[in-house]
Design a binder for this molecule. Structure first.
Ligand code: NDP
Length: 247
């Protein structure tokens, strides 16, 4: 039996570590040819590509800061040149700077807004020009884009809330091409950005119904489903994978 994403091309921003790396590996395991971008960690990106290739898949890594429109456009062009037109864009690159709002600097505000919102806008614009009908735009938002139970993430949660309306709005514009637009909202997931051990982790773990952090593979599984042909009637949706944090 052929794999669910056989013949499809996917681009995952920030695919060298954490959730993005797991998404890239999962989409490749489901048959997609996968391009990942990264900003600094070339070794980590190469290692994701090697893992995919060792499993019989096809992947490339492209250095492209997600806040730089020219670099992002070049990444889309390289992906299309290497693998053919795009079918799936995963807007995963994102960051948080946990801190009291009053103490957050203007530079830090700009950094979070530029990567988490503007970065999603520019990658999606570049990708849509090269996307096949029936394509998929999937953004990684956050459960805190919907509900907030801890202090210290004010600008971050506001950027993730913006992704919700971006998703809903864009779904109305590209539905005519059969392109779906969805927002996957993880809860606490064990990565470099949000390690499952430490003081910061304790309240997040306690807020889940399952009393544990999630694994990157648990987010990747939902993304792979949304990317698949089976999810063709899901669009404009905010899909939460948070261990019950927002229950
Ligand atoms: P990590 O910090 O662990 O990994 C981030 C990835 O993005 C790395 O591959 C990094 O590559 C890349 N990246 C960072 N900045 C840029 C940039 N400017 N341009 C291109 N790539 C970049 O993060 P997570 O895996 O934890 O998070 C991934 C996404 O999931 C984010 O959008 C985050 O907000 C969201 N999320 C995470 C949760 C969690 O608990 N972990 C919960 C909810 C949402 P490099 O090293 O080269 O910079």
């Amino acid at each position: 039996m052929s794999k669910k994403l056989e013949g499809k091309t996917a681009l995952v921003t920030g695919g060298s570590r954490g959730i993005g790396a797991a998404i890239a590996k999962r989409l490749a395991a489901d048959g997609a040819r996968v391009a990942i971008t990264y900003s600094r960690g070339a070794d980590a990106a190469t290692s994701v590509v090697k893992t995919i290739e060792a499993a019989g898949g096809k992947a490339i890594a492209i250095q492209a800061d997600a806040t730089d429109p020219k670099a992002v456009q070049a990444a889309v062009d390289k992906t299309v040149n290497a693998f053919g037109k795009l079918d799936v864009l995963v807007n995963n690159a994102g960051t948080a700077i946990p801190k009291k709002f009053e103490e957050t600097t203007l530079e830090e505000l700009d950094q979070v807004i530029n990567l988490n919102i503007r970065g999603v806008f520019i990658a999606t614009q570049a990708a849509l020009k090269q996307m096949n009908d029936g394509g998929r735009i999937i953004s990684i938002g956050s459960c805190v884009g919907e509900r907030m139970m801890t202090p210290g993430l004010v600008p971050y949660s506001a950027t993730k809330a913006a992704i919700r309306m971006f998703t809903q709005g864009l779904s109305r514009e590209v539905g005519g091409r059969g392109i779906t637009v969805n927002n996957v909202q993880p809860g606490p997931i064990d990565t470099d950005l949000n390690p499952a051990a430490g003081d910061w982790a304790t309240p997040q773990k306690a807020a889940t119904a399952l009393n544990r952090y999630g694994k990157v593979e648990e987010v990747a599984a939902l993304v792979a489903f949304v990317a698949s042909p089976e999810a063709s009637y899901i669009t404009g949706a905010n899909l939460t994978v948070d261990g019950g944090t927002n229950a």
